[in-house]
Design a protein around this ligand. Structure first.
Ligand code: HEC
Length: 150
């Protein structure tokens, strides 16, 4: 055991108390809760970026038509219109980083598997595709979106 400092006899005790505090804080930290695996999050990144192309509609562009990288998936005007009459059409796509924090994981998974939203009706309007993802793909997309903006 370390010898108590002659000038500050309480220092040793304070140090052990601080160590105990750090231990307790680490034990209750959410970082220790079992989150989605890195492989699942990576699969979600692949679907969002390379298959579902979510960013094509859910990311705003600058005046030259280039994506604003700092606002990737942050929603905005989609910048194109249907050339024929549509019963419904959404000119703006939502901020997916914020939405992934507001909707539960189960809401997101259900939406990506069936198109059902937590509010019931109205459903998401075109051009939002009605995806029919597998349970694993939907969970992966939800895990990836929820990992953003932390
Ligand atoms: C072709 C354009 C397009 C693509 C691609 C696209 N979205 Fe969307 N999305 C939209 C638009 C537009 C809306 C807004 C619909 C509305 O307001 O009714 C939307 C809405 C949503 C919503 C909210 C739905 C609601 O009704 O509140 C979620 C969640 C969503 N998109 C997720 C995704 C994900 C995840 C991907 C990729 C896997 C994706 N979107 C790909 C255009 C798109």
């Amino acid at each position: 055991m370390a010898r108590p400092c002659p000038l500050h006899p309480a220092a040793g005790r304070i140090r052990s108390l601080m160590a105990l505090g750090a231990l307790l804080a680490a034990a209750s930290s959410p970082a220790h809760a079992a989150g989605p695996s890195a492989a699942l999050v990576e699969h979600g990144r692949y679907i969002v970026h390379d298959v579902g192309m979510c960013g094509d509609c859910h990311s705003p562009r600058d005046e030259h038509g280039n994506f604003i990288q700092a606002r990737w998936l942050r929603g905005g005007p989609i910048g194109f219109e249907a050339t024929h009459l549509m019963p419904a059409w959404a000119g703006d796509a939502v901020d997916l980083v914020t939405l992934a924090k507001e909707w539960s994981e189960a809401d997101l998974v259900a939406f990506l598997r069936t198109g059902a939203t937590p509010r019931g009706t109205p459903p998401a309007r075109p051009p939002m595709p009605r995806y029919r993802m597998s349970a694993r793909d939907a969970r992966a997309v939800a895990a990836y979106l929820r990992s953003l903006g932390k």
